[in-house]
Design a protein around this ligand. Structure first.
Ligand code: DGY
Length: 306
């Protein structure tokens, strides 16, 4: 049986697949796979191991003989889950193993944005540091600041644990919270960190009206999915000086960064690094491969979504 892997993964994952006697089509191209290539290469495969931004749409899921899509991510917003159900394709993901790495990165982005690390480094490298000045690059004290966590799930809770060690006060919402709860969190938080999945309910959750409810001078951090923020509205809020900055690991149209955010000094930008540690990527590859093999061997996969 044939498996398409759309990007090179940790060898611990490929070893599980080859030990199970599977034939691998391992794509090794730094660019994301497009819809046409994904559709063409899935033909003849019993399993697909996609990355979090690969468009696993209804056409891909209708591929004859396709039995499982084993996502190399906890997020499954790139998969048409209704189409998977309709075509009887099992979908799995990788919960739990990336919680700490992603929470660490969110905390790093909170610190980098609040303390203007990107701006400081760029200033130094271009030779513009002329000596210590009391008014240079002042940022936000995290101690005694309020952190609003939108999405108090596994990762949000792990961020809260870290932030408490920095003396921050925590507020949080879950998928059960009302819109009023969200607005209250936005109005009272100095830093807002997004940890909700991307669903029909959370697309552009942070748009012009909700961004306007954030405290003046607050900071917005996103390690969830880019489309949770209306990036045009964020650029407006930064340009207007309503927000002090943003820290973004994820972008609505990855790998493209919004052209109005790219040049901004007050925005810290990362290339979707939340889970990017050796240990976590090994654990994700292992989990994805274990789920995939379980389905092809007729067993229940540990992390089934559909
Ligand atoms: C996920 O697993 O959904 C992450 O975005 C990958 O880092």
């Amino acid at each position: 049986m044939r498996v398409l892997i759309t990007q090179a993964i940790d060898p611990a994952g490929t070893a599980i697949l080859t030990d199970a006697g599977l034939a691998l089509d391992s794509r090794d191209d730094p660019h994301p796979i497009g819809s046409d290539e994904l559709r063409a290469r899935t033909a003849g495969c019993a399993a697909l191991l996609p990355m979090p931004t690969d468009p696993v749409d209804a056409d891909v899921l209708s591929t004859p003989g396709l039995r499982v899509v084993a996502c190399h991510s906890v997020g499954t917003d790139h998969v048409d889950l209704d189409a998977a159900r309709a075509h009887g394709v099992v979908v799995t993901h990788t919960p739990g193993v990336l919680t700490d790495a992603t929470a660490d990165l969110a905390m790093a982005l909170i610190l980098a944005t609040a303390r203007r690390l990107g701006e400081g480094e760029r200033l130094l490298r271009r030779g513009a540091f002329h000596g210590w000045r009391p008014t240079m690059l002042r940022g936000l004290d995290l101690h005694d600041a309020t952190l609003g966590i939108v999405g108090m799930g596994r990762i949000g809770t792990a961020v809260a644990d870290r932030a408490r060690a920095f003396g921050m006060h925590i507020r949080g919402t879950t998928s059960a919270s009302s819109r009023d709860d969200l607005l209250e969190l936005l109005a009272t938080s100095d830093v807002v960190s997004l940890h909700c999945p991307l669903t029909d309910d959370t697309v552009h959750l942070l748009d012009s009206p909700t961004l306007a409810r954030m405290k003046p001078g607050a900071i917005l951090v996103n390690t969830a999915r880019g489309a949770v923020i209306d990036e045009d509205a964020l650029a407006d809020a930064l340009e207007a000086g309503h927000l002090a900055g943003a820290g973004l690991d994820v972008h609505a149209a990855e790998p493209r960064v919004h052209p109005r955010l790219l040049p901004r000094e007050d925005v810290v930008l990362l290339p979707h690094l939340g889970s990017a540690t050796w240990q976590t990527r090994r654990a994700m590859a292992t989990k994805a491969a274990t789920n995939l093999v379980a389905v092809l061997q007729g067993r229940t996969p540990p992390d089934r979504v559909v």
